[in-house]
Design a protein around this ligand. Structure first.
Ligand code: HEC
Ligand code: HEC
Length: 508
């Protein structure tokens, strides 16, 4: 199964960006769905008890808006995301659907219940008795939360499976280490984002009692929900394995991603408080949209962080993030990936000089996590290095400091992939400054001073000549390192930079 892809499709879409955008939108829609009906229920009960017709009419209008939002936006985003998963990660999808079949069935059953209840609720404001109508609303809320409960078990299993080898114990797999903290975190997110959405809808109302009192209640609820988030997040962190947490130091942007999420959270929280409690006169659609947008992006960043903690796996221990079977990876390394990958031999032998194979291999093995151009793309490294080094870097990508899947192939695959990358970048020629040369030639596998596989202490006290000798003989240190293939100028600049930065004293 892992040699199966739809090559034209996969190579056309930038997978990383697509999944990030779709995932964020869908995650927002799904969390809103869970929180909104719960809050609608509370408000509907209050409106009925207090016989507050103004509130009741506002709730009716809002519930219809929610329904359109779910149908026009949530359902298509969910379907598109699911379709993208099937096309890009058929192995992961089949592993999860076969091992969690019963969970999946329950999910669909409750999803159908939720959608039906939602349709009835929106259309029965006048025909059903108040009590029945309220109960239908509660059914929506419970149905949506149970869907979240089932999905959360599967998502958390991907990060912290109880046991890797099949057959898995369904109970233990579902109630894995991060399942309860994950559920608490998602429930708090759900109530928080939903209250921000309601605040946004409320901001269109004319000034008056309803707007004022409801805004206070909604912002109070949002603050209760937010208060739970830090403890749930810390609990989640403690339940995650040390190896996953190491990714914070192995992926350059990951700490930044998490801190940006934190910053967005803080801004969204303060703005909500500011608008709905301190300065209600400023509470207008435009200003209410800002905290909502920030909250959606913040939750999206949290989802991306969770996905990156999982690297190099899509399902820890079972499937790599490029949809390669962990058990088969060794076979690919020994006998090559090309021979096993049916999609590469469709249409017979390629003409000489054909670059399609390289493109397809890249699409399958690297594009789930990398684009070539754009910010953070591989171009940054590959436009500055020679052909031989590009080949070695791909061939030895197993040894990079980043949590990447082992390279599932041999020389032939590496040559095709590096050829494809090089043919797609604009060559800029080598860097002149030593530290930039270090970044592209050593940086993929080593940090300098702090972090992963650091080198500073190893070079302490070395003069440029000693460093130069080491550069000439890297392969004698370990076969896992590419040999020096840069120009003499680069070598000189790098040696001088290393010796100038290494400080004095004896090497470690
Ligand atoms: C499972 C995801 C994943 C896959 C698949 C993957 N990589 Fe990576 N790769 C990463 C991550 C994460 C980083 C670290 C990026 C960072 O720290 O900014 C990285 C870093 C790199 C770097 C270093 C970039 C730099 O700026 O230092 C190179 C080169 C690279 N990968 C090449 C490849 C090649 C070639 C393939 C395909 C054979 C591949 N990767 C497949 C996740 C992946
Ligand atoms: C493809 C990955 C890769 C690249 C690129 C790479 N190295 Fe390494 N390097 C390794 C690995 C793997 C080791 C072995 C680490 C170990 O055994 O703990 C290593 C070890 C070393 C060591 C020995 C460290 C020690 O503690 O004894 C030195 C020195 C070194 N590398 C220097 C360099 C320099 C300088 C560059 C850039 C010109 C470079 N490496 C590029 C992967 C790489």
């Amino acid at each position: 199964m892992d040699d199966f892809i739809f090559p034209p499709f996969v190579s056309l879409i930038p997978q990383t960006a697509l999944i990030a955008v779709l995932g964020t939108l869908f995650s927002a829609a799904a969390h809103i769905a869970v929180g909104a009906w719960f809050m609608l229920y509370l408000e509907e009960r209050r409106a009925q008890n207090e016989e507050d017709l103004e509130l009741s009419s506002w709730l009716e209008r809002s519930s219809k808006k929610l329904l359109s939002l779910a149908l026009v936006f949530g359902v298509p985003a969910g379907l598109l995301l699911w379709f993208t998963f099937i096309v890009t990660s058929p192995l992961s999808v089949s592993y999860l659907t076969s091992n969690f079949m019963w969970v999946g069935c329950m999910f669909w059953a409750f999803l159908v219940l939720y959608v039906l209840a939602m349709l009835v609720h929106a259309n029965a404001w006048r025909s059903a008795s108040p009590k029945t109508h309220r109960r239908i609303c509660l059914t929506c809320a419970v149905g949506a939360w149970i869907c979240l409960f089932f999905i959360n078990g599967i998502i958390t299993f991907q990060l912290t499976p109880s046991k890797i080898r099949e057959p898995i114990n369904l109970f233990k797999a579902f109630f894995n280490h991060t399942s309860f903290p994950g559920l608490l975190l998602r429930t708090s997110f759900a109530v928080w984002i939903a209250s921000l959405l309601f605040l946004f809808l409320l901001s269109f109302e004319k000034e008056g009692n309803l707007k004022k009192s409801l805004a206070r209640r909604l912002s109070r609820q949002s603050i209760y929900a937010i208060a739970l988030i830090p403890s749930a997040a810390v609990w989640y962190g403690f339940q995650t394995s040390k190896m996953s947490l190491e990714n914070f130091s192995r992926i350059s942007y990951l700490q930044g991603l998490m801190f940006s999420a934190l910053l967005l959270f803080l801004v969204a929280i303060s703005l909500t408080f500011f608008l709905s409690v301190l300065f209600p006169q400023l509470f207008k659609p435009l200003s209410a949209a800002v905290p909502l947008a920030f909250a959606i992006v913040a939750v999206g960043f949290c989802e991306l962080t969770r996905e990156d903690l999982r690297l190099p796996y899509s399902i820890r221990g079972a499937v790599y993030a490029n949809d390669i079977d962990v058990k088969k990876c060794k076979t690919y390394q020994d006998s090559g990936f090309i021979k096993q990958a049916r999609f590469l031999s469709l249409g017979g032998a390629p003409p000489p000089g054909d670059t399609v194979k390289g493109k397809l291999l890249f699409a399958k093995l690297c594009s789930p996590c990398h684009a070539i151009g754009g910010p953070g793309g591989l171009e940054n490294v590959f436009s500055r290095i020679d052909e031989k080094f590009a080949f070695s870097l791909v061939r030895k990508s197993t040894f990079m400091k980043s949590p990447m899947p082992p390279f599932p192939g041999g020389d032939e695959e590496a040559a095709l992939i590096s050829g494809h990358i090089l043919s797609s970048v604009d060559k800029s020629g080598p860097f002149a400054r030593g530290r930039d040369i270090f970044a592209v030639r050593c940086g993929p596998c080593h940090d300098w001073e702090r972090g992963y596989r650091t080198l500073r202490r190893r070079f302490r006290g070395a003069d440029a000549k000693t460093v130069d000798d080491t550069l000439g003989d890297l392969r004698s240190i370990t076969e896992s390192m590419p040999e020096w293939t840069g120009t003499d100028e680069e070598r000189k600049a790098l040696s001088e930079w290393i010796s100038s930065q290494a400080g004095s004293g004896a090497p470690r």
